[in-house]
Design a binder for this molecule. Structure first.
Ligand SMILES: Cc1cc2nc3c(=O)[nH]c(=O)nc-3n(C[C@H](O)[C@H](O)[C@H](O)COP(=O)(O)OP(=O)(O)OC[C@H]3O[C@@H](n4cnc5c(N)ncnc54)[C@H](O)[C@@H]3O)c2cc1C
Length: 399
């Protein structure tokens, strides 16, 4: 067991930290206020290799691995949570294409890894989010095409992305067994987008409805086999969940650091805030929980990197991290007193950003459900789940 980052990981940490502090920190408040990521940011993030860290070098990535990915994501999130949200769909879609894509579909990977193309991963619908088995958006086979009808909601980067990986119902089979992933490229007739949702936090990343009306795509755009959508989702959700959990760590770290600085400067009752035991206890608890979440995330990422992915580790880490950041940001805001509630100090933004990650990519309740059911040998909670998947995946360590 080794709790230190490798030299390569330390270099990634230092390089991405310098980049994020220089390029993203000065723009983060504006990104939040305008709900837009300014031109040039995607290109700069791409230049830092942030979109291809888990893609092998022959396909255009760095192959730096899962732990390095988390190291980098924390640095970006500590600077600007919205910008980090560009990375998550990219990682998951790349993993999906790598694991299940045809040779033709794999051609997308290089442009995704280089950030030349952006993507969405679109599951949620107005009628169903947590209950994936109840998704209704349909892709009806017709000749050599699928014809998509229905509405997706919330997809990050919808409308901007070049490529959409959409979970749809391709057969009348019940629940999750009728779901498949289909690739829908930008500009295809029959796909339109709603207005951006007005979100509480991570406001820079647009989330929109995707409306499919007789939207025809080639049958070749099916990812892998029909009916395997949920299984594929769980094969790629590990890295996605850990990356999202790490955004929580980055947000919490920054909120914590700002609270510590404020506690050293601000006085009350003729003392600095840091002299109060209440502040000392708050800071101690915040530090413990940030580190605990980070270590759980690293452990789960290392297992993935070593080829023995463990869903239990992922579910634990993501659940803890999401809730930890809400609590840490809340306590940081409290240390700032009334000023923490204003835009003068950015801790209110960290609080709003943190709140997204007990909901995304799945809610804290659903992660807990997955964890509890796995520990109790109950399998996934969705109706009609195909037989492959956690907890019976080969190489899965059991508790
Ligand atoms: C910032 C942000 C970005 C997002 N980006 C994307 C994206 O890129 N792509 C995408 O597809 N979706 C995205 N989503 C949507 C997100 O995945 C869903 O909001 C989430 O899965 C919950 O679905 P829902 O909102 O329909 O809530 P519901 O499923 O209606 O749940 C409502 C409440 O009931 C609880 N609940 C539901 N079922 C159970 C149960 N069995 N046991 C206990 N509690 C339960 C939930 O935890 C929640 O508290 C995003 C959401 C946010 C906030």
């Amino acid at each position: 067991m080794n709790f230190t980052l490798s030299e390569e990981q330390k270099t990634i940490q230092r390089t991405i930290r310098e980049f994020a502090q220089k390029e993203l920190v000065p723009k983060a408040a504006e990104i939040d206020r305008t709900a837009q990521i300014p031109e040039g940011i995607v290109e700069k993030m791409a230049g830092m290799g942030l979109f291809g860290m888990t893609v092998p070098p022959p396909l255009g990535g760095s192959g730096a691995g899962a732990v390095s990915l988390l190291v980098a994501v924390e640095e970006v999130a500590a600077a600007c949570a919205s910008s980090t949200m560009l990375i998550i769909p990219q990682i998951m879609v790349e993993q999906g294409l790598l694991a299940f894509g045809t040779e033709a579909q794999k051609r997308y990977i290089t442009s995704l890894a280089k950030g030349e193309k952006l993507c969405t991963l679109s599951l949620t619908e107005p009628v169903a989010g947590s209950d994936i088995a109840a998704l209704q958006c349909k892709a009806t086979p017709k000749g050599d095409q699928y014809v998509l009808n229905g509405t997706k909601s919330f997809a990050c980067n919808a409308g901007e992305a070049d490529l959409n990986l959409v979970l749809v119902r391709t057969s009348e089979k019940p629940g999750a067994s009728g779901l498949s992933f289909i690739i829908v490229e930008k500009g295809v007739p029959g796909l339109s987008f709603g207005e951006p949702l007005e979100k509480l936090g991570v406001r820079g990343i647009p989330s929109k409805e995707m409306i499919f009306k007789d939207c025809a795509v080639p049958r070749d755009n099916l990812l892998g086999k029909e009916g395997m959508g949920l299984v594929q989702l769980f094969a790629i959700a590990g890295l996605g969940g850990l990356s999202a959990g790490t955004i929580s760590v980055g947000i919490a770290r920054t909120a914590f650091q700002k609270a510590v600085e404020y506690a050293k400067e601000r006085s009350a009752f003729d003392k600095k805030l840091r002299e109060f035991e209440a502040t000392q206890f708050a800071v101690a608890d915040m530090a413990i929980s940030i580190d605990a979440a980070r270590l759980l995330l690293y452990r789960a990422a290392k297992s993935i990197e070593d080829g023995r992915p463990n869903p239990v580790e992922v579910f634990m880490a993501k659940t803890l991290a999401g809730e930890m950041a809400v609590e840490v940001a809340d306590r940081a805001l409290q240390i700032f007193g009334g000023y923490g509630y204003t835009r003068e100090f950015e801790v209110e933004r960290h609080y709003r950003d943190a709140r997204a990650f007990t909901l995304y990519p799945l809610t804290a309740e659903v992660y807990r459900l997955l964890l509890g059911r796995t520990l109790l040998d109950l399998g996934l909670p969705w109706k009609g789940t195909p037989p492959i998947g956690p907890p019976s995946r080969p190489g899965t360590k059991r508790y």
